[in-house]
Design a binder for this molecule. Structure first.
Ligand code: FEC
Length: 311
Protein backbone atom coordinates (compact mmCIF):
# COMPACT_ATOMS: atom_id res chain seq x y z
CA UNK A 1 0.00 0.00 0.00
CA UNK A 2 1.36 3.40 -0.99
CA UNK A 3 1.61 6.15 1.58
CA UNK A 4 -1.29 8.54 0.85
CA UNK A 5 -0.72 12.24 1.43
CA UNK A 6 -3.17 15.10 1.11
CA UNK A 7 -1.75 18.32 -0.30
CA UNK A 8 -3.69 21.43 0.65
CA UNK A 9 -2.97 23.90 -2.14
CA UNK A 10 -3.96 27.35 -0.92
CA UNK A 11 -4.64 30.38 -3.06
CA UNK A 12 -6.35 33.77 -2.86
CA UNK A 13 -9.68 32.86 -4.49
CA UNK A 14 -11.85 34.89 -6.82
CA UNK A 15 -15.55 35.31 -7.54
CA UNK A 16 -17.01 33.11 -10.25
CA UNK A 17 -19.51 35.65 -11.56
CA UNK A 18 -20.15 39.38 -11.25
CA UNK A 19 -23.01 38.83 -8.79
CA UNK A 20 -20.58 37.10 -6.40
CA UNK A 21 -18.27 40.14 -6.21
CA UNK A 22 -20.11 41.66 -3.23
CA UNK A 23 -19.88 38.50 -1.08
CA UNK A 24 -16.21 38.08 -2.05
CA UNK A 25 -15.38 41.69 -1.20
CA UNK A 26 -17.29 41.38 2.10
CA UNK A 27 -15.15 38.35 2.97
CA UNK A 28 -11.92 40.24 2.16
CA UNK A 29 -13.20 43.04 4.43
CA UNK A 30 -13.67 40.53 7.26
CA UNK A 31 -17.47 40.57 7.12
CA UNK A 32 -17.93 44.31 6.51
CA UNK A 33 -19.85 44.82 3.25
CA UNK A 34 -18.31 47.39 0.88
CA UNK A 35 -20.10 50.67 0.20
CA UNK A 36 -21.99 50.92 -3.11
CA UNK A 37 -19.12 53.04 -4.45
CA UNK A 38 -16.43 50.54 -3.41
CA UNK A 39 -18.43 47.68 -4.91
CA UNK A 40 -18.90 49.58 -8.16
CA UNK A 41 -15.18 50.36 -8.31
CA UNK A 42 -14.16 46.71 -7.87
CA UNK A 43 -16.86 45.38 -10.22
CA UNK A 44 -15.71 47.84 -12.91
CA UNK A 45 -12.16 46.49 -12.60
CA UNK A 46 -13.41 42.94 -13.14
CA UNK A 47 -15.54 44.17 -16.06
CA UNK A 48 -12.48 45.79 -17.60
CA UNK A 49 -10.56 42.52 -17.66
CA UNK A 50 -12.08 40.83 -20.66
CA UNK A 51 -15.67 41.76 -19.78
CA UNK A 52 -15.90 40.35 -16.26
CA UNK A 53 -13.90 37.17 -16.75
CA UNK A 54 -12.36 35.63 -13.61
CA UNK A 55 -9.12 34.03 -14.80
CA UNK A 56 -7.82 33.18 -11.32
CA UNK A 57 -10.55 30.53 -10.92
CA UNK A 58 -9.48 28.55 -13.97
CA UNK A 59 -5.78 29.16 -13.40
CA UNK A 60 -5.95 27.82 -9.84
CA UNK A 61 -7.84 24.72 -11.07
CA UNK A 62 -5.17 24.11 -13.69
CA UNK A 63 -2.28 24.72 -11.27
CA UNK A 64 -3.68 22.31 -8.70
CA UNK A 65 -4.30 19.60 -11.32
CA UNK A 66 -0.81 20.09 -12.80
CA UNK A 67 0.80 19.94 -9.35
CA UNK A 68 -0.97 16.67 -8.52
CA UNK A 69 0.18 15.20 -11.83
CA UNK A 70 3.78 16.41 -11.29
CA UNK A 71 3.95 15.08 -7.72
CA UNK A 72 2.62 11.62 -8.65
CA UNK A 73 4.92 11.36 -11.67
CA UNK A 74 8.02 12.55 -9.79
CA UNK A 75 7.52 10.56 -6.57
CA UNK A 76 5.71 7.36 -7.63
CA UNK A 77 6.19 5.73 -4.20
CA UNK A 78 3.66 8.09 -2.65
CA UNK A 79 0.07 8.76 -3.66
CA UNK A 80 -0.55 12.50 -3.59
CA UNK A 81 -4.08 13.88 -3.58
CA UNK A 82 -4.34 17.67 -4.02
CA UNK A 83 -7.11 19.75 -2.50
CA UNK A 84 -7.86 23.43 -2.99
CA UNK A 85 -8.21 25.74 -0.04
CA UNK A 86 -9.03 29.33 -0.94
CA UNK A 87 -8.66 32.37 1.28
CA UNK A 88 -11.70 34.34 0.16
CA UNK A 89 -13.85 32.02 -1.97
CA UNK A 90 -15.21 28.50 -2.06
CA UNK A 91 -13.79 25.92 -1.46
CA UNK A 92 -12.41 27.82 1.55
CA UNK A 93 -9.23 26.72 3.34
CA UNK A 94 -11.35 25.03 6.03
CA UNK A 95 -13.36 23.15 3.34
CA UNK A 96 -10.13 21.80 1.85
CA UNK A 97 -8.95 20.50 5.24
CA UNK A 98 -12.38 18.98 5.90
CA UNK A 99 -12.31 17.21 2.52
CA UNK A 100 -8.90 15.67 3.23
CA UNK A 101 -10.24 14.19 6.46
CA UNK A 102 -13.54 13.10 4.87
CA UNK A 103 -11.53 11.21 2.25
CA UNK A 104 -9.85 9.22 5.00
CA UNK A 105 -6.40 10.79 4.62
CA UNK A 106 -4.55 11.41 7.90
CA UNK A 107 -1.30 13.02 6.72
CA UNK A 108 -1.16 16.34 4.90
CA UNK A 109 1.11 19.13 3.69
CA UNK A 110 0.00 22.68 2.95
CA UNK A 111 1.52 24.96 0.35
CA UNK A 112 0.46 28.42 -0.86
CA UNK A 113 0.48 29.57 -4.48
CA UNK A 114 2.58 32.58 -3.46
CA UNK A 115 6.36 32.16 -3.00
CA UNK A 116 6.96 34.82 -0.30
CA UNK A 117 6.01 34.63 3.37
CA UNK A 118 4.29 37.41 5.24
CA UNK A 119 2.46 36.99 8.50
CA UNK A 120 -0.40 38.84 6.77
CA UNK A 121 -0.51 36.62 3.69
CA UNK A 122 0.89 33.08 3.86
CA UNK A 123 0.90 33.25 7.68
CA UNK A 124 -2.86 33.85 7.59
CA UNK A 125 -3.47 30.92 5.28
CA UNK A 126 -1.43 28.60 7.51
CA UNK A 127 -3.15 29.74 10.70
CA UNK A 128 -6.61 28.96 9.32
CA UNK A 129 -5.55 25.57 7.95
CA UNK A 130 -3.78 24.60 11.19
CA UNK A 131 -6.80 25.57 13.31
CA UNK A 132 -9.16 23.45 11.21
CA UNK A 133 -6.68 20.54 11.14
CA UNK A 134 -6.33 20.67 14.95
CA UNK A 135 -10.12 20.62 15.30
CA UNK A 136 -10.31 17.51 13.10
CA UNK A 137 -7.16 15.81 14.39
CA UNK A 138 -5.34 15.93 11.03
CA UNK A 139 -1.54 15.89 11.03
CA UNK A 140 -0.47 18.72 8.72
CA UNK A 141 2.76 20.68 8.19
CA UNK A 142 3.42 23.58 5.86
CA UNK A 143 5.80 24.95 3.26
CA UNK A 144 6.31 28.55 4.38
CA UNK A 145 8.12 30.05 1.39
CA UNK A 146 10.17 29.11 -1.65
CA UNK A 147 11.40 32.46 -2.88
CA UNK A 148 14.85 31.26 -3.95
CA UNK A 149 14.05 27.84 -5.37
CA UNK A 150 16.38 27.43 -8.41
CA UNK A 151 13.53 26.33 -10.70
CA UNK A 152 11.42 29.32 -9.72
CA UNK A 153 14.36 31.62 -10.44
CA UNK A 154 14.95 29.85 -13.75
CA UNK A 155 11.28 30.24 -14.79
CA UNK A 156 11.38 33.94 -13.97
CA UNK A 157 14.73 34.37 -15.71
CA UNK A 158 13.33 32.87 -18.92
CA UNK A 159 10.41 35.29 -18.72
CA UNK A 160 12.56 38.37 -18.17
CA UNK A 161 14.85 37.43 -21.07
CA UNK A 162 11.86 36.81 -23.34
CA UNK A 163 10.17 40.10 -22.44
CA UNK A 164 13.40 42.07 -22.89
CA UNK A 165 13.35 40.80 -26.48
CA UNK A 166 10.20 42.89 -27.06
CA UNK A 167 12.20 46.13 -26.84
CA UNK A 168 13.48 45.92 -30.39
CA UNK A 169 16.59 47.96 -31.05
CA UNK A 170 16.88 49.06 -27.39
CA UNK A 171 20.06 47.97 -25.57
CA UNK A 172 19.17 45.73 -22.60
CA UNK A 173 20.71 48.12 -20.10
CA UNK A 174 18.40 50.89 -21.31
CA UNK A 175 15.32 48.98 -20.14
CA UNK A 176 14.46 49.52 -16.47
CA UNK A 177 13.30 46.24 -15.00
CA UNK A 178 10.87 46.73 -12.12
CA UNK A 179 10.14 43.70 -9.95
CA UNK A 180 6.83 44.05 -8.12
CA UNK A 181 4.64 42.44 -5.48
CA UNK A 182 1.42 43.19 -3.64
CA UNK A 183 1.91 45.95 -1.11
CA UNK A 184 1.02 45.38 2.52
CA UNK A 185 0.38 47.77 5.41
CA UNK A 186 3.66 49.29 6.62
CA UNK A 187 3.05 47.88 10.11
CA UNK A 188 4.57 44.56 8.93
CA UNK A 189 7.99 46.25 9.15
CA UNK A 190 7.69 46.59 12.93
CA UNK A 191 6.92 42.86 13.10
CA UNK A 192 10.22 42.08 11.33
CA UNK A 193 8.19 40.37 8.64
CA UNK A 194 10.40 38.54 6.09
CA UNK A 195 8.18 39.56 3.13
CA UNK A 196 10.17 42.58 1.83
CA UNK A 197 13.55 40.81 2.16
CA UNK A 198 12.31 37.63 0.49
CA UNK A 199 10.95 39.65 -2.42
CA UNK A 200 14.24 41.49 -2.78
CA UNK A 201 16.11 38.18 -2.67
CA UNK A 202 14.01 36.79 -5.55
CA UNK A 203 14.47 40.01 -7.54
CA UNK A 204 18.23 40.04 -6.95
CA UNK A 205 18.57 36.38 -7.95
CA UNK A 206 16.66 36.93 -11.20
CA UNK A 207 18.63 40.10 -11.95
CA UNK A 208 21.89 38.22 -11.42
CA UNK A 209 20.84 35.28 -13.58
CA UNK A 210 19.65 37.50 -16.43
CA UNK A 211 22.62 39.85 -16.10
CA UNK A 212 20.22 42.76 -15.64
CA UNK A 213 21.82 45.62 -13.74
CA UNK A 214 19.25 48.34 -14.46
CA UNK A 215 16.55 47.26 -12.00
CA UNK A 216 14.60 48.27 -8.95
CA UNK A 217 11.80 46.96 -6.76
CA UNK A 218 8.33 48.48 -6.46
CA UNK A 219 5.03 47.75 -4.74
CA UNK A 220 1.65 47.51 -6.40
CA UNK A 221 -2.08 47.14 -5.69
CA UNK A 222 -1.97 48.83 -2.24
CA UNK A 223 -5.31 49.04 -0.44
CA UNK A 224 -7.02 52.38 -0.13
CA UNK A 225 -7.11 52.60 3.65
CA UNK A 226 -6.09 55.26 6.15
CA UNK A 227 -3.04 53.27 7.29
CA UNK A 228 0.17 53.66 5.24
CA UNK A 229 1.09 50.84 2.83
CA UNK A 230 4.56 49.84 1.67
CA UNK A 231 5.87 51.99 -1.15
CA UNK A 232 7.02 53.26 -3.57
CA UNK A 233 4.03 52.33 -5.66
CA UNK A 234 4.61 51.21 -9.22
CA UNK A 235 2.62 54.16 -10.63
CA UNK A 236 4.76 56.67 -8.73
CA UNK A 237 7.89 54.85 -9.87
CA UNK A 238 6.91 55.09 -13.54
CA UNK A 239 6.24 58.79 -13.21
CA UNK A 240 9.48 59.43 -11.32
CA UNK A 241 11.80 57.47 -13.60
CA UNK A 242 10.25 59.04 -16.69
CA UNK A 243 10.40 62.61 -15.40
CA UNK A 244 13.58 62.56 -13.31
CA UNK A 245 15.72 59.96 -15.09
CA UNK A 246 14.28 60.16 -18.63
CA UNK A 247 13.68 56.40 -18.70
CA UNK A 248 11.72 55.49 -21.86
CA UNK A 249 11.55 51.70 -21.58
CA UNK A 250 10.37 49.67 -18.62
CA UNK A 251 9.60 46.04 -17.95
CA UNK A 252 7.45 44.99 -15.00
CA UNK A 253 8.12 41.53 -13.58
CA UNK A 254 5.50 40.81 -10.87
CA UNK A 255 7.54 38.30 -8.84
CA UNK A 256 5.00 38.28 -6.00
CA UNK A 257 2.27 36.74 -8.17
CA UNK A 258 2.16 33.36 -9.87
CA UNK A 259 -0.98 33.64 -11.96
CA UNK A 260 -2.90 35.89 -14.30
CA UNK A 261 -5.56 37.65 -12.23
CA UNK A 262 -6.99 41.05 -11.42
CA UNK A 263 -3.83 42.49 -9.85
CA UNK A 264 -1.82 41.64 -12.97
CA UNK A 265 -4.41 42.02 -15.73
CA UNK A 266 -5.89 45.25 -14.36
CA UNK A 267 -3.30 46.92 -12.13
CA UNK A 268 -0.42 46.37 -14.56
CA UNK A 269 -1.92 45.70 -17.99
CA UNK A 270 -4.60 48.39 -17.83
CA UNK A 271 -3.73 50.92 -15.10
CA UNK A 272 0.07 51.02 -15.35
CA UNK A 273 -0.07 50.71 -19.15
CA UNK A 274 -2.41 53.72 -19.38
CA UNK A 275 0.01 55.79 -17.30
CA UNK A 276 2.99 54.62 -19.37
CA UNK A 277 1.22 55.67 -22.57
CA UNK A 278 0.46 59.06 -21.05
CA UNK A 279 4.13 59.42 -20.09
CA UNK A 280 5.28 58.32 -23.56
CA UNK A 281 6.95 55.15 -22.27
CA UNK A 282 7.22 51.67 -23.74
CA UNK A 283 6.07 49.34 -20.94
CA UNK A 284 6.02 45.55 -21.08
CA UNK A 285 5.22 42.85 -18.51
CA UNK A 286 6.67 39.38 -18.09
CA UNK A 287 4.27 36.47 -18.63
CA UNK A 288 2.74 34.93 -15.51
CA UNK A 289 3.96 31.53 -14.34
CA UNK A 290 0.51 29.86 -14.38
CA UNK A 291 1.20 26.13 -15.01
CA UNK A 292 4.79 26.47 -16.22
CA UNK A 293 6.37 23.03 -15.61
CA UNK A 294 9.30 24.72 -13.83
CA UNK A 295 6.87 26.28 -11.36
CA UNK A 296 5.04 22.97 -10.91
CA UNK A 297 8.41 21.26 -10.29
CA UNK A 298 9.28 23.97 -7.75
CA UNK A 299 6.06 23.27 -5.86
CA UNK A 300 6.46 19.49 -6.10
CA UNK A 301 10.00 19.75 -4.77
CA UNK A 302 9.14 21.94 -1.80
CA UNK A 303 6.12 19.78 -0.91
CA UNK A 304 8.25 16.63 -1.03
CA UNK A 305 11.06 18.24 0.99
CA UNK A 306 8.50 19.26 3.62
CA UNK A 307 7.26 15.65 3.87
CA UNK A 308 10.83 14.44 4.37
CA UNK A 309 11.42 17.09 7.05
CA UNK A 310 8.20 16.23 8.86
CA UNK A 311 9.12 12.51 8.76
O1 FEC B 1 -8.23 37.97 -9.56
C1 FEC B 1 -8.84 38.00 -8.48
O2 FEC B 1 -10.06 37.89 -8.43
C2 FEC B 1 -8.14 38.17 -7.17
C3 FEC B 1 -6.82 38.87 -7.33
C4 FEC B 1 -6.08 39.12 -6.01
C5 FEC B 1 -4.91 38.50 -5.64
C6 FEC B 1 -4.47 39.10 -4.41
C7 FEC B 1 -3.31 38.75 -3.76
C8 FEC B 1 -2.85 39.32 -2.62
N1 FEC B 1 -3.52 40.23 -1.85
C9 FEC B 1 -2.72 40.55 -0.79
C10 FEC B 1 -3.04 41.43 0.23
C11 FEC B 1 -4.22 42.14 0.34
C12 FEC B 1 -4.59 42.98 1.45
C13 FEC B 1 -5.83 43.54 1.18
C14 FEC B 1 -6.23 43.03 -0.11
C15 FEC B 1 -7.42 43.35 -0.74
C16 FEC B 1 -7.81 42.89 -2.00
C17 FEC B 1 -9.04 43.26 -2.70
C18 FEC B 1 -9.05 42.56 -3.90
C19 FEC B 1 -7.85 41.75 -3.93
N2 FEC B 1 -7.13 41.97 -2.78
FE1 FEC B 1 -5.38 41.05 -2.27
N3 FEC B 1 -5.40 40.05 -4.03
C20 FEC B 1 -6.39 40.08 -5.00
C21 FEC B 1 -7.51 40.90 -4.96
N4 FEC B 1 -5.25 42.19 -0.59
C22 FEC B 1 -10.11 42.59 -4.99
C23 FEC B 1 -10.08 44.24 -2.17
C24 FEC B 1 -10.15 45.51 -2.95
C25 FEC B 1 -8.81 46.17 -3.10
O3 FEC B 1 -8.21 46.59 -2.07
O4 FEC B 1 -8.35 46.23 -4.25
C26 FEC B 1 -6.62 44.49 2.08
C27 FEC B 1 -7.68 43.74 2.82
C28 FEC B 1 -7.08 42.86 3.88
O5 FEC B 1 -6.52 43.39 4.85
O6 FEC B 1 -7.17 41.62 3.72
C29 FEC B 1 -3.74 43.19 2.71
C30 FEC B 1 -1.46 39.85 -0.91
C31 FEC B 1 -1.53 39.08 -2.05
C32 FEC B 1 -0.42 38.17 -2.64
C33 FEC B 1 -0.28 36.91 -1.89
C34 FEC B 1 -1.44 35.98 -2.10
O7 FEC B 1 -1.77 35.64 -3.26
O8 FEC B 1 -2.04 35.60 -1.09
C35 FEC B 1 -0.28 39.95 0.04
C36 FEC B 1 -4.21 37.40 -6.36
Amino acid sequence: MKRRIGVLVMSYGTPESLDQVEAYYTHIRRGHPPTAEQLHELTSRYEAIVGGFFPLRENTNKQVAALEETLNRTYPDIEFVCYQGLKHASPFIEDGVQQIVSDGINEAVGVVLAPHYSVMSVGGYIKRAQEKADELGLKITFVKSYELHPKLIEALTIRVNKALGKFEGVPRDKVRVIFTAHSLPEQILQMKDPYPDQLLATSRAVAEKTGVTNWQFGWQSAGKTATPWLGPDILDILEKIRKEEQVENALICPVGFVSDHLEVLYDIDIEAQALARELGMHLERTESLNTDPLYMETLADVVHAQIERAG
